[in-house]
Ligand binder design. Sequence first.
Ligand SMILES: Nc1ncccc1[N+](=O)[O-]
Length: 247
Amino acid sequence: MRVDVISIFPEYFAPLEVSLIGKARERGILEVHLHQLRDWTHDVHRTVDDTPYGGGPGMVMKPGPWGEAVDGVLAADPASAPRVIVPTPSGTPFTQKLAMEYAAEPWLLFTPARYEGIDSRVMAEYGARLRVDEVSIGDYVLAGGEVAVLVMVEAIGRLLPGVLGNACSAVDDSFAPGSMENLLEGPVYTKPPEWRGHEVPEVLLSGHHGRIARWRRDEALRRTAKNRPELLTALDPARLDKHDRRL
Ligand SMILES: Nc1ncccc1[N+](=O)[O-]
């Protein structure tokens, strides 16, 4: 299996040189390629982030460098294509079942983000021609996706034939579902207002905070319904207003 990781902290992945995964790499069972996102910037400060459209705290990772970095990885084998895994707290849960599915793939590309995430148009751009999964390792917020990649590469790598000494079966632990009260974050955007034909939603440029808040909640409800429908059924109905119920 080939694994590519694009990050502004490739040094985060030193742990993949030791122990179980390190041995799998020495034995050629697993190939790991690390890429520094800043190598695809073109300004002296090697800028990868900017302020979010629509206001709000934090910064969003710009689409430009990510687009060039993903294109760079795809060029490694134009005849094939990796399955793209985007670690994010707004993703579908990473489970043993999903680890087993990924362990059967020949090529994975992980795109861990820092800050508030990657401009949502990047995965919209690649989602049209590649399998792109938003995956969460848990309902908590890390400073970035790198730790999640370490978790997933370990969970997947240990399932590859020949990696575990004894052919122990990786059985799913059953655990009580957490009580999740929050909705998942909706899509995020930053400059430029138009990128590869993808426009930033007009409402985010309106400066109308009421409409922006409404739009963000609508998108959060839609994404939660798509990625974590069980959270909606568990959501206290009193927290949904009449507009929400129409979604
Ligand atoms: N929980 C997370 N927090 C930040 C980035 C990624 C995350 N995740 O679960 O993949």
